[in-house]
Design a protein around this ligand. Structure first.
Ligand code: XUL
Ligand code: CO
Length: 439
């Protein structure tokens, strides 16, 4: 077990500031810098996504993997898993991040039976627990991959065959066990196959009842084992399902309330899932925050010219600054952090590309946070929205908000209004200029 095996010649990434021309240094992410009362490290809780950074090899539907990384060479699944863990912990430590996130079978290849998979998970989590002790790296969340194996082609918790639902339950139990063993702070459900292709063969209502039952059982099991963390639902509208049940933040919140799960479950909002749902990232964050459901963030970005889940690393400062305004106003995340659910491009084949990607992502978030703080502290900006609703602050407007008016009252007010309705500018161009001036 060596701490300097895979990324030779790259030292710990440090903050050197904007003027630095060192490509292997942070320009904006300064972990100990205070912003709005907390350090950047505390605000973000940056996490590495085990699957993209250490399991993905650049394959796409048209071609095989291009990234032949050295931790992938061993044909023995256990040794391969240990090599991957060595690489992952070396990388996370060199990045100076505090967290990682995993799917069960990112850690080690799934076995040929449930019993074999369980044994493999036990062995690799023993190994990873040791690596956590040595490095101090923590687990932001764990999850189960209930979408890749062909057994889940018709869904996992929502599969029309109870035997598959039971198998998924067994898998989630083991993933929860692994998460708790590694002191995971949260647990995620992303329902990639929980949806349908056609209503010609699907009882949607029954499938959604099954999903709620399944989530309730998982929550009850973990709570009974003493798990104190938060469960997150990660909304996404489609891909791989044609229609995914957790379509977006609003849909997922409605679902959680319908089934009484809103206290244990919050949302994990992913940038590219928001854009796939034809929303903006800031929209999804706002929907979640308004309902006290903003739990965690999967950081990435989509492609502006197509609608796929391209999972590129974040680099859009304006998009991130707008999101960070929501983030700061909401008082941060409930239990979660910022997980880079992003992958380097297929033709980024150097080991150092992984560093450039994460450095850029962290700097983009740091920059976004700094901009957001300045914008929110700019009186010209912050007073604007307040003033825009001033007609509700007293008089009839205030009575309306308090539920003291009827529809007939509105009729009477409108009928006796002598001053008419005046155009009040929304001043959007001005606000856009203020935002840009702070970037
Ligand atoms: C898929 C996705 C997943 C979840 C975890 O689009 O985002 O990686 O984050 O299963
Ligand atoms: Co994600």
């Amino acid at each position: 077990m060596s701490n300097n095996q895979y990324f030779k010649g790259i030292d710990k990434i440090k903050f050197e500031g904007k003027a630095s021309d060192n490509p292997l240094a942070f320009k904006y992410y300064n972990p100990d810098q205070l912003v709005a009362g907390k350090t950047m490290r505390e605000h973000f809780k940056f996490a590495i996504a085990y699957w993209h950074s250490f399991c993905g090899q650049g394959a796409d539907p048209f071609g095989a993997g291009t990234q032949n990384f050295p931790w992938d060479s061993n044909s023995d699944p256990l040794q391969a898993a240990k090599d991957k863990a060595d690489a992952a912990f070396e990388f996370i430590t060199k990045m100076g991040f505090d967290y990682f996130c995993f799917h069960d079978y990112d850690l080690i290849q799934e076995g040929n039976s449930l019993a074999e998979s369980e044994k493999r998970l036990e062995t690799i989590t023993d190994y990873i627990k040791e690596k956590q002790k040595e490095s101090g790296v923590k687990l932001l969340w764990g999850t189960a991959n209930c979408f890749s194996n062909p057994r889940y082609m018709n869904g996992a918790a929502t599969n029309p065959d109870f035997n598959v639902v039971a198998y998924a339950g067994a898998q989630v139990k083991l993933a929860l066990d692994a998460t708790m063993k590694l002191n995971g702070e949260n647990y995620v459900f992303w329902g990639g196959r929980e949806g349908y292709i056609s209503l010609l063969n699907t009882d949607m209502g029954r499938e959604q009842d099954h999903m709620a039952r399944f989530l309730t059982m998982a929550k009850d099991y973990a709570r009974a084992q003493g798990f104190k963390g938060t469960f997150f639902i990660e909304p996404k509208p489609m891909e791989p399902s044609k229609h995914q049940y957790d379509f977006d933040a609003a849909t997922s919140i409605g679902f959680l309330h319908k089934y009484g799960l809103q206290d244990d479950f919050k949302l994990n909002i992913e940038v590219n899932h928001a854009t796939l749902a034809q929303h903006t990232f800031e929209h999804e964050l706002t929907v979640a925050a308004n309902d006290n459901m903003l739990g965690s963030i999967d950081a990435n970005r989509g492609d502006y010219q197509n609608g796929w889940d391209t999972d590129q690393f974040p680099n859009n400062v304006e998009e991130t600054a707008r999101a960070m305004m929501v983030f700061l106003k909401a008082g941060g995340l409930q239990g979660g952090g910022v997980n880079f659910d992003a992958k380097i491009r297929r033709n980024s084949t150097d080991l150092e590309d992984l560093f450039h990607a994460h450095i850029g992502g962290a700097d983009t978030f740091a920059r976004g946070l700094l901009v957001a703080e300045k914008v929110l502290n700019d009186n010209a900006f912050s007073s604007f929205i307040q003033n825009r609703y001033a007609s509700f602050n007293d008089g009839k407007g205030s009575q309306f908000e308090q539920g003291k008016l009827t529809l007939q009252d509105l009729y009477a007010i409108a009928s006796t209004n002598k001053s008419g309705i005046n155009a009040i500018s929304g001043k959007l161009e001005l606000l856009e200029n203020i935002l840009n001036n702070h970037i």
